[in-house]
Design a protein around this ligand. Structure first.
Ligand code: HEC
Length: 314
C-alpha cells in the first residue's frame, strides 16, 4: 500500500502534475527508504519509478569526465546514497552542503544504482555542515569494504604513489597493508599530489567488482598536532577548521587561496600583523609577539592543507 502510493506520487511528480502532492511525498522519503530499494547483492535498483525527495549532507563528490557529478548524501553517522547530478546541478553537491532534491533510482556510473537527480530540483539549505565522525580504516580494509559501503570513512596513514594527478579520475595511495585506488575529480590533472603521510576521508564505492575510495578530504596525519598548536596559541577561540566562528573557517580560507603560490606567506603575515576587511567587519588582532615565526609557518601550512576540500569538489 505504502509503496504503491509512493510510486503513484512518483508518477504524478514525473508528469509534473502537482508540486503540492510532491511536497506530500517529501517527508516520507528518507535515505534509508531509498537504500531499501537497492538490492544489496547486485547493487541494482528495485524501484526505478518512484521520485524520491530527500535531504541530507553531501559527504564526498567527484566530477566525472562527462561533467556529471557523483556524490554521496548522508544522514548523520549512517550509510548514504550515491547521487548522480547533471552538469547544471553538479555545483550544488559540494561536500558539507545540506541539500534537498528529487531523483529516481537508475544506473550509476560504475554499474550500481544511484539516485539520478531531476534537473533543477536541487536546493542548498546550508553549507559547512558536519556529518558525523569518519570510521578509521587501513588499506587492507579495501579488499572488501562492503561493511562500510556508503559510509564516511578515513583511510589512515597512506602516501601517494605518483608525483602528479593524471586525468583518469583515479590515483593510487600506499599504506603499510597495501594499495588503494582513490576516485577523484578529473579536474586535478597535472596538479602535484599532497606530500607526506595522509589520512584520506571519503566513501567506499564498488567499481567493476573492486573497492575504491571516493575522496573528499586529504589531511596530514599530523593534523591533531597542528590543531593542538592552534589551540595553544588561542586561534581556536575565534576559528574552527570547518565552521565559521568569529573568524572564517579554515576550509573557507584555504579555498580562497587554493591556487595562490603566495598563500603561506600571506597567512603567516595575517598572524603576525592581524588585519580586517577580507572576511567581514571584525578584524583579527596581531599575534606576532605571541606566536613564534616557526609556529606561524606551521599553522599556515596546516590551514592551507584544507584546500583539498575545495580542489576535490571542483
Ligand atoms: C580574537 C579572534 C581571533 C583570533 C584569536 C585569531 N583570529 Fe584569525 N581571524 C579572525 C578574524 C575576525 C578574521 C577575519 C579578518 C578579515 O576579515 O580580514 C581572521 C582571519 C584569519 C585568517 C585569514 C587571513 C586571510 O588572508 O584571508 C587566517 C589564516 C587566520 N585568521 C589564522 C589565525 C591563526 C592561525 C590564529 C592563531 C595564531 C588566529 N587566526 C587567531 C579572528 C581571530
Amino acid at each position: 500500500m505504502k509503496s504503491s502510493l509512493g510510486s503513484l506520487l512518483g508518477r504524478l511528480a514525473i508528469a509534473g502534475l502537482s508540486s503540492v502532492l510532491l511536497a506530500g511525498a517529501v517527508s516520507a522519503a528518507s535515505i534509508e527508504d531509498v537504500l531499501k530499494q537497492i538490492d544489496p547483492a547486485t547493487g541494482k535498483a528495485k524501484d526505478t519509478a518512484t521520485a524520491f525527495t530527500l535531504s541530507g549532507i553531501v559527504s564526498a563528490r567527484a566530477t566525472l569526465a562527462d561533467g556529471r557529478a557523483l556524490a554521496f548524501v548522508q544522514p548523520s553517522g549512517a550509510a548514504g546514497v550515491a547521487v548522480l547530478a547533471g552538469a547544471a546541478d553538479a555545483a550544488r553537491f559540494i561536500p558539507r552542503n545540506d541539500v534537498s532534491f528529487t531523483g529516481t533510482l537508475g544506473e550509476g556510473p560504475f554499474g550500481s544504482a544511484a539516485l539520478v537527480v531531476k534537473a533543477g530540483s536541487v536546493s542548498v539549505t546550508a553549507t559547512n555542515k558536519a556529518f558525523g565522525a569518519a570510521e578509521p580504516r587501513g588499506a587492507d580494509f579495501f579488499k572488501d569494504a562492503s561493511s562500510s559501503a556508503g559510509r564516511y570513512v578515513s583511510l589512515t596513514n597512506v602516501v601517494f604513489a605518483g608525483p602528479k594527478f593524471d586525468g583518469t579520475g583515479t590515483a593510487k595511495v600506499k599504506g603499510d597493508a597495501g594499495e588503494v585506488t582513490l576516485l577523484l575529480t578529473s579536474t586535478l590533472k597535472d596538479r602535484d599530489v599532497p606530500a607526506g603521510a595522509l589520512n584520506v576521508f571519503g566513501v567506499p564505492v564498488k567499481v567493476d567488482g573492486g573497492w575504491r575510495l571516493l575522496a573528499a578530504r586529504f589531511l596530514s596525519v599530523n593534523n591533531r598536532t597542528a590543531q593542538a598548536l592552534a589551540t595553544k596559541h588561542t586561534c581556536m577561540t575565534c576559528h574552527n577548521p570547518d565552521i565559521k566562528a568569529v573568524g572564517p573557517s579554515y576550509r573557507d580560507v584555504a579555498a580562497r587561496y587554493k591556487d595562490d603560490p603566495e598563500a603561506v606567506a600571506k597567512l603567516t603575515l595575517q598572524m603576525e600583523k592581524g588585519g580586517g576587511g577580507k572576511w567581514g567587519l571584525v578584524p583579527m588582532p596581531p599575534l606576532g609577539a605571541k606566536v613564534p615565526v616557526e609556529d606561524r609557518q606551521q599553522l599556515a601550512q596546516w590551514i592551507i592543507g584544507y584546500r583539498w576540500d575545495a580542489l576535490l569538489a571542483e
